[in-house]
Design a protein around this ligand. Structure first.
Ligand code: FES
Length: 108
């Protein structure tokens, strides 16, 4: 049975890389950030990925401020830790969407 709204349209094949990211969401990896990290481990403009419980979390430092946001892009779960910090934004490495480090919201 075809789900409603998909008849007559090609279904998108999910690349293996994206499937891996979906699996990673079910199995959080990296350091347990509830244990904290040394401030010196996070260079100004740098990022550090880990998890809090079942959630993948990205820490990013901008000057003396450290932000924590979801580690995967809301588009196709791109790995934001492999992206680029520009000011208080992080740019997804896959399709270049930008997210506020302060709010986690996408910026257009
Ligand atoms: S996965 Fe497409 S913009 Fe991030």
């Amino acid at each position: 049975m075809v789900p409603d709204g998909t008849q007559g349209r090609a279904l998108r094949t999910i690349p293996a890389q994206e499937m891996t990211m979906t699996e990673n969401q079910a199995n959080p990896s990296g350091p347990d950030l509830t244990q904290g990290i040394a401030f010196a481990e996070l260079a100004d403009g740098g990022m550090f990925a880990g998890h809090v419980g079942d959630d993948q979390v990205l820490l990013a430092r901008v000057g003396e401020q450290v932000f924590a946001v979801a580690a995967q892009c809301s588009h196709y779960h791109g790995p934001l830790a492999e992206g680029l910090v520009v000011g208080e934004m992080v740019r997804c490495p896959w399709h270049h969407a930008c997210f506020s480090l302060r709010t986690g919201n996408r910026s257009d």
